[in-house]
Design a protein around this ligand. Structure first.
Ligand SMILES: *[C@@H]1O[C@H](CO)[C@@H](O)[C@H](O)[C@H]1NC(C)=O
Ligand SMILES: *[C@@H]1O[C@H](CO)[C@@H](O)[C@H](O)[C@H]1NC(C)=O
Ligand SMILES: *[C@@H]1O[C@H](CO)[C@@H](O)[C@H](O)[C@H]1NC(C)=O
Length: 372
């Protein structure tokens, strides 16, 4: 067993910022016309993924009706998410393969090969997740979700694996939402396939956590998320604005909300009860009257594990032009609150019934906090 902490890497600490061009599928970085591979390219991807996209039972009964509109939104979201993941892993593999500073292994050839082999399988598996979701989107809408250009806020392998672990945690929470909505919307037939991907992404995250020298399984019950939180995070953190054919400034083919950004300013958050600092930018038109001038009309909500939310007041609010900075208590407790992923959001004051009702009343978010 090994982790990145024990592997020998060159150039880990003394990095200078490299301004890389955004990732674009237009340059055919996969060499296989992804996201629309031809049949023989698809077989190559399946070999690299160690398995196939689902092959339907020939005798399966045809669905009596098409899926609910909200189900199509979920399929479109999955395609949008998986396309970004393919971009991320393709760029990460290229960085390691090309010995980019920060991604260069010193002596441990076996370690480098093991990590590369695992990531190459992940990349192909994510390609199949994207293609499978888009096949369904195509069947039900006639169109597919097209990729955007992306930038990733990382410049060494440890940051990249930590980011992969965080966005995988968000996906693992969001697919809980997707299967719940499939059930609620009468599309239970789609649950099994997505549930198989939840386990698959969990296997990936155990690997990332191992590389980060963490225990592989983070929590007894993984943190809940929603489609709107995940869609917001991808658009806020990774998408180059204006490069998504299906999500423009004025129109989205995917019927989800992009919230205002909530920045978590405190770095390297330790597992202790503490005060954290956050910020957000005011929207055009400024604050809403109901937020109140001291922001007592809004609250900070933390979602952690499968627990009822923890709600905190905004303290020490500082207003600097359009930037609002504030502090809030983070009541970490090893048994009860704060391990693994915590999602923070600024919401209206409301009596929440579940995680979807939190997202429905969110103004700024998600702030992503990872502990352990
Ligand atoms: C790849 O390396 C470049 C240059 O350091 C960096 O800008 C980019 O974010 C890296 N991408 C990943 C996925 O690690
Ligand atoms: C995505 O955008 C493309 C290009 O505008 C369009 O042809 C396609 O129908 C859109 N997909 C969906 C699902 O709306
Ligand atoms: C959230 O809002 C959507 C769209 O308005 C609605 O369909 C859904 O029932 C709401 N969910 C909850 C839990 O409030």
């Amino acid at each position: 067993m090994f982790s990145l902490a024990t592997a020998s890497l060159i150039g880990f600490s003394c990095l200078t910022a490299v301004t890389a061009a955004p990732f674009s599928f237009a340059n055919n970085p996969l060499g296989n016309s992804f996201p629309a591979p031809n049949p023989s390219q698809l077989l190559d991807i399946e070999r690299q993924a160690h398995g196939s996209i689902p092959i339907p039972f020939p005798a399966a009964p045809a669905a009596a009706h098409g899926p609910a509109a909200d189900t199509i939104t979920s399929l479109e979201f999955i395609a949008f998410n998986e396309l970004f993941e393919v971009a991320f892993f393709t760029e990460l593999i290229a960085n390691i393969t090309n010995n980019v500073p920060g991604y260069k292994f010193d002596t441990e050839i076996d370690t480098r090969d093991y990590i590369l082999n695992a990531l190459i399988a992940v990349q192909a598996q994510e390609e199949l997740h994207a293609i499978n979701a888009n096949n369904a989107v195509k069947k039900f809408t006639g169109g597919v979700i097209l990729p955007c250009q992306y930038n990733f806020p990382v410049s060494d392998i440890e940051q990249a694996i930590a980011l992969a672990s965080t966005f995988t945690d968000v996906v693992l929470g969001t697919l809980q939402d997707v299967v719940t909505l499939f059930g609620e919307d009468g599309d239970a037939a789609l649950i099994r396939g997505v549930a198989s991907v939840i386990g698959q992404e969990g296997e990936q995250n155990g690997f990332y956590r191992n590389l980060l020298n963490k225990i592989p399984s983070a929590l007894p019950f993984l943190t809940a998320s929603t489609r709107d939180f995940a869609f917001s995070a991808i658009n806020q953190m990774f998408v180059v604005p204006g490069t998504c054919p299906n999500v423009t400034a004025t129109h989205s083919d995917i019927d989800l909300t992009i919230f205002g950004t909530l920045n978590v300013l405190t770095q390297n958050i330790q597992p202790v009860a503490q005060t954290l600092t956050f910020s957000f930018g005011l929207p055009t038109g400024g604050p809403k009257p109901e937020w109140k001038s001291d922001y007592s009309g809004v609250q900070l909500v933390y979602i952690n594990q499968q627990n009822a939310p923890t709600i905190e007041h905004l303290q020490n609010v500082r207003i600097n032009g359009n930037t609002i900075t504030f502090d809030a208590y983070f009541p970490f407790d090893q048994a009860l609150f704060g391990n693994g992923l915590t999602i923070a959001a600024i919401t209206e004051v409301f009596a929440f019934t579940d995680v979807d009702s939190i997202a429905n009343h969110t103004i700024f978010g998600p702030g992503l906090i990872e502990i352990n």
